[in-house]
Unconditional design. Structure first.
Length: 90
């Protein structure tokens, strides 16, 4: 049981690091995104850049939700394993 608990903690730490890194990267991309652009035809390349940034942010947001849910699931399982270990049920 001790090995399982240690493995769950390693997975939890890795998921936390990955989740925080993706969250910070999304924040960095959001800083580069403008909410409203007033462009003429000569600046159409800026509109394409903003569309690419928005697509990256949307894609990253989906992964952040998935990893957030996975993080919560592993946290609950880790907590349950810790309770079982401390109560010496197994």
């Amino acid at each position: 049981m001790s090995g399982t608990f240690a493995g769950l903690l390693v997975v939890e730490i890795a998921l936390t690091a990955l989740f925080l890194a993706m969250w910070m990267w999304r924040g960095f991309l959001d800083m580069k995104e403008d909410d409203h652009l007033m462009l003429d035809d000569a600046e159409s390349h800026l509109q394409r850049e903003q569309a690419a940034i928005r697509a990256k942010v949307n894609s990253l947001s989906r992964y952040i939700r998935v990893f957030g849910a996975l993080w919560v699931l592993v946290a609950v399982v880790t907590f349950g394993a810790w309770v079982v270990k401390e109560l010496k049920l197994i």
